[in-house]
Write a protein that binds this ligand. Structure first.
Ligand SMILES: Nc1nc2c(ncn2[C@@H]2O[C@H](COP(=O)(O)OP(=O)(O)OP(=O)(O)O)[C@@H](O)[C@H]2O)c(=O)[nH]1
Ligand SMILES: [Mg+2]
Length: 229
């Protein structure tokens, strides 16, 4: 079954959005090999049925905790059709750091600026059209607790579900770009050009700075190690 994954910083309303999308068809289970709970549910768009996955909150796709490791791992699942980043509209800076990392996965992405009510109370106004143009993705506003904007979010998921994500490439300095190219040469075909995987793994192991020998790159690109993100 095709999968839709909800990802976002902690405490931004992912689970409330998840409940609005899936209703009562929900199962909670441990992510394999961890103590982290993952909720999955079913949503029907037109004649198609999708599995919706709620993930634990993350500050970064470079994992520093078991929760973050699980979310990063879920994003490597080949069956994923669309990622919805649920965000706190009051904290755009924190949101966009994760947006860039999600764009680097190459997965189709929709940005849901949730908690729009609280942002409005604080006088925060976000030009979602402009943001959508800059990022090259659909951006919607919601208030999960009152379901405001949820029908629009659903419509957007449905409209973009089979779209190919335009390539997003943030250019890093030459040391990093050269390391990315080199590491890419060792990746198995299904992960080729996946800058997100390369950068996550590189930052975690600091190999982007220290891997100067072919041997360490081979070690780095060992498919078994790649799942250890
Ligand atoms: N005012 C307001 N509160 C919201 C909104 N969305 C969620 N909340 C509240 O924010 C809190 C966190 O919501 P959750 O859905 O648990 O957030 P989460 O992102 O799943 O949190 P983690 O799974 O811990 O990362 C709850 O108290 C919600 O009722 C919103 O749009 N407006
Ligand atoms: Mg949650």
């Amino acid at each position: 079954m095709k999968k839709i994954v909800l990802v976002g910083n902690p405490n931004v309303g992912k689970s409330v959005i998840f409940n609005s999308l899936t209703g009562k068809y929900v199962a909670v289970s441990n992510y394999p090999g961890t103590t982290v709970d993952i909720s999955t549910g079913i949503d029907k768009f037109d004649r198609e049925t999708f599995q919706v996955i709620d993930t634990p909150g993350v500050n970064s796709l470079i994992p520093h905790s078991e929760d973050e490791m699980v979310t990063s791992d879920i994003l490597l699942d080949k069956g994923i059709k669309t990622v919805i980043q649920v965000a706190d509209s009051k904290n755009l800076k924190r949101t966009l750091l994760l947006t860039v990392q999600l764009l680097e996965t190459g997965l189709p992405l929709i940005l849901d600026l949730n908690m729009h009510d609280e942002a409005k109370d604080r006088g925060i106004a976000i030009d979602i059209k402009k943001l959508s143009q800059i990022l090259g993705i659909e951006v919607v506003k919601t208030v999960a607790v009152t379901k405001e904007g949820v029908p629009q979010l659903r419509k957007t998921i449905w409209a973009t579900i089979s779209h190919k994500q335009p390539e997003f490439k943030l250019k890093y300095n030459s040391i990093i770009e050269e390391a990315i190219d080199k590491i890419n040469g060792y990746l198995p075909t299904f992960l080729k050009n996946n800058r997100s995987v390369i950068l996550r793994k590189s930052v975690k192991t600091h190999k982007i700075y220290s891997a100067t020998t072919e041997h360490s790159f081979e070690n780095f690109a060992n498919p078994q190690n790649l799942y250890d993100l």
